[in-house]
Design a protein around this ligand. Structure first.
Ligand code: NAP
Length: 340
């Protein structure tokens, strides 16, 4: 009999998630009923935002709160290996919002899934990274929200992460000066050597982040792509140019907090500079995913864009790899491979 291994939420993280917040268990897989399919998950996407729903009472219009002792929710890419649902035949490849687990049973109705698009020849893992929510957030953030122009300065926080590694590179493709913020000298060097960033600021190793950004962006900041929020956002706002655009993609610093995060103390700088700060939710652009994916693949094929993945293997790596993101250990998109 086939068994399924899945990751449970053993305890709620307090501050930065740690490995013992998660536990792997094993259960037999039940027979599927009419209308259901059995999916073998090949890759699990680890997304920092899911930390939010690990808080008690954190359910919202996107997801319910995760409960202690229950499987952790996430995004996977899987293949239909048994089917009693004609809409989802054997072999179909799906991106699906399920649990962190090796096998999932779906009725194809009430669970969230998307069939892998046809007509793009890319490694499967790309659909969780550069062609998935994180790469597409970078693309739509810079095109639709940031409207980045030739010769402008783009500042990116979380610059070596899944979204940031793509945003900095797209900045260069658009002819902007890309400046990254990251949490170690080694990562800052990699931003410049491997992703083409023009300059980088180590936010952990500076006493005055505003001054460090000023030094790295001598012409000011035209577009700030914010993945982090908190003190980094405040420091960026101190350096904006007139008519700057701030893209609010994520706020990792807030995900740890049980109390509402303090707001930036310098919002009037937006008024003084007639600047805008706009939220981004990638899935609001669903009808344009196809266009964006083709553009991203063209850039990859022409050598202008690289997919960077922080990949590990096996269900036991899922919890630790999730924790790695909050300690800045990842470079690129964090993915765990479960099967070929
Ligand atoms: N709006 C959307 O549609 C959308 C879609 C996808 C993702 N997002 C958001 O985009 C952001 C980035 O996600 P991602 O998947 O690309 O994650 P990621 O950047 O791959 O991983 C998180 C990175 O954040 C940095 N970090 C962690 N804790 C930090 C802290 N307290 N202060 C400063 N930096 C910290 C770490 O790098 P360092 O080494 O630099 O510390 C780490 O590598 C997240 O906020 C996520 O929720 C939004």
């Amino acid at each position: 009999m086939k068994v399924n291994r899945q990751v449970l939420l053993e305890s709620r993280p307090v501050g930065t998630p740690v490995e013992h917040n998660f536990r792997v268990i094993e259960n037999p897989i039940r027979q599927i009923a009419d209308g259901e399919v059995l999916i073998q998950n090949l890759y699990i996407s680890l997304d920092a935002g899911f930390r939010n729903w690990m808080k008690e009472g954190s359910g919202d219009h996107i997801l319910p709160a995760m409960e202690i002792g229950e499987p952790v929710m996430g995004l996977t890419l899987g293949r239909v290996v048994e089917s009693k649902n004609p809409k989802l035949p054997l072999g179909d490849l799906l991106m699906i919002r399920v649990s962190w687990e090796e096998y999932s049973i779906s009725n194809g109705i009430d669970e969230w899934y998307v069939k892998l698009p046809e007509g793009i020849d890319a490694p499967l893992s790309y659909y969780l990274g550069i062609l998935g929510d994180t790469g597409l957030s970078a693309y739509f953030g810079l095109t639709d929200v940031g409207k980045l122009q030739l010769g402008e300065t783009l500042l990116v926080s979380g610059a070596g992460g899944a979204v940031g590694s793509v945003a900095g590179q797209i900045g260069k493709i658009f002819g902007a000066r890309s400046v990254g913020i990251a949490g170690s000298d080694e990562k800052c060097q990699r931003l410049m050597d491997e992703l083409g960033y023009d300059a980088a600021v180590n936010y952990r190793d500076t006493e005055d982040l505003s001054a460090a950004i000023d030094e790295a962006c001598p012409n000011g900041v035209d577009v700030y792509f914010d993945n982090i929020g908190g003190p980094l956002l405040e420091a960026a706002i101190n350096n904006i140019n007139e008519k700057a655009r701030i893209i609010l993609c994520g706020a990792i610093t807030d995900y740890h907090l049980d109390e509402p995060a303090p707001g930036p103390n310098n919002l009037f700088n937006l008024s003084k500079n007639v600047a805008t700060m706009t939220g981004l939710m990638c899935h609001h652009q669903k009808d344009r995913y196809d266009e964006a994916r083709h553009q991203i693949m063209d850039w990859i094929e022409s050598g202008q864009l690289r997919s960077i993945e922080y990949m590990s293997d096996g269900i036991h790596r899922v919890g630790p790899a999730f924790c790695d993101m909050f300690q800045g250990k990842n470079f690129g998109k964090t993915i765990v491979k479960l099967a070929d």
